[in-house]
Design a protein around this ligand. Structure first.
Ligand code: SF4
Length: 364
């Protein structure tokens, strides 16, 4: 049985990534079978609870306020709206709801209280609840944990070196600190990245080094293929080839053997055969729903048809970890501290981000 290692080097990971494909597929699939049921795939529904108007400058993201894209922003959804969507997701086979808000970081106050209520509500529907809300302090992570949060998503996006080429409004170390804050609670960690942003294969390996060093390693790792959206700094990037995707999934599976590897953005660009190869190689989780925050995703019925065709079963909720207990806010041990944490703001100049911003100013 392969063991979990936290001391992978970039060179070792590159050697895996560049193996002859048949050998790579066989080795990854073997490790996958040692740690997971190869016929079970976890299905999450991603819900954008607050869309657009984000102050950050992530080069891949159409929700950044500074770029001119087609995104229609909206205020934070109500708890009732979220509950209705969660029930719909449950009835179509999702075991998890992941709520995303286009925020730089969580701020204590009424909006965060509303999100905590959403977490309580969905946990009471016996579904796993995940949030992706930007940077969080330890106290905020504890409050989410008490509400019954199952997972917190915070992607590393790329290698530490390439991160600086994509985002200037926060640092890689902020990502690690947030993950660390989540780790101080019972909430599981979901962290991965995006390929196809113009990075080198070395950066893909570098990101996997960073993820593998986390102890424990993330319970879930999304591998996104960039969806290049018009108006964003990365609008010109070419679609990721299926071979790169398969190699990345295989390598992630081998470096993070116990993690659920999630096929995320970019699935609409993949054929069923391509996705089947990824499942064979060790991907065992997908996002369902016709939208992934703001970018297109296959229809739920199409996914269920694909599952039938491939003999895959959706994973039941709380298979990997018991359901967290929801503590009502009045009984909370962790009250709001009204913290104003100083997350970093490197603000170095990224030429293509600046160009997209200038273009947006002309168009707006
Ligand atoms: S990825 Fe998140 S933090 Fe970055 S611009 Fe988009 S919504 Fe904001």
């Amino acid at each position: 049985m392969s063991i979990v290692r936290h001391n992978w080097t970039k060179e070792e990971i590159l050697d895996i990534y560049n193996k002859p494909l048949m050998e790579l597929l066989y080795e990854a699939a073997t490790i996958h079978r040692e740690h997971h049921d190869p016929n079970t795939v976890q299905v999450s529904t991603l819900l954008s609870i607050k869309t657009g108007g984000c102050p950050e400058d992530c080069g891949y993201c159409p929700q950044a306020a500074r770029y001119h894209t087609d995104i229609e922003g909206n205020d934070l959804m109500s708890v009732q709206q979220v509950k209705a969507q969660a029930l719909r997701a449950k009835s179509s086979g999702s075991s998890r709801v992941c709520m995303g808000a286009a925020w730089r970081n969580v701020k204590d106050g009424p909006e965060f209280d509303q999100v905590l209520e959403m977490v309580r509500t969905i946990n009471k529907l016996d579904m796993e609840v995940c949030c992706t809300l930007g940077m969080v302090t330890e106290n905020q992570a504890q409050r989410l944990a008490e509400a019954g949060l199952y997972a917190y998503n915070h992607n590393l996006d790329s290698s530490e070196e390439y991160y600086k080429e994509v985002i200037s409004t926060r640092g890689f170390e902020d990502r690690l600190e947030t993950i660390d804050n989540v780790r101080k609670t019972n909430v599981t960690v979901c962290s991965g990245g995006i390929i196809g942003m113009g990075e080198k294969v070395e950066d893909r390996a570098g990101m996997l080094v960073a993820l593998s060093t986390l102890d424990p390693q993330p319970e879930s790792t999304p591998i996104n293929a960039l969806v290049a959206v018009e108006g964003t700094p990365l609008e010109e990037e070419k679609p990721v080839s299926i071979w790169d995707m398969v190699r990345m999934v295989c390598t992630t599976r081998m470096v993070l053997p116990e993690t659920q590897v999630r096929l995320s953005a970019g699935r609409t660009q993949m054929t069923r055969e391509g996705q089947a190869m990824c499942f064979f190689a060790g991907a065992n989780s997908i996002f369902a729903g016709d939208k992934l925050l703001t970018t297109p995703n296959p229809d739920v019925n199409e996914d269920m048809e694909m599952f039938k065709l491939l003999g895959l079963n959706p994973q039941k909720p709380f298979t990997k970890k018991t359901q967290p207990k929801t503590i009502e806010s009045k009984d909370s041990e962790f009250q709001s501290l009204g913290e104003k944490p100083k997350w970093s703001r490197p603000n170095h100049k990224i030429e293509r981000n600046e160009d997209a911003k200038t273009k947006a100013k002309v168009l707006k």
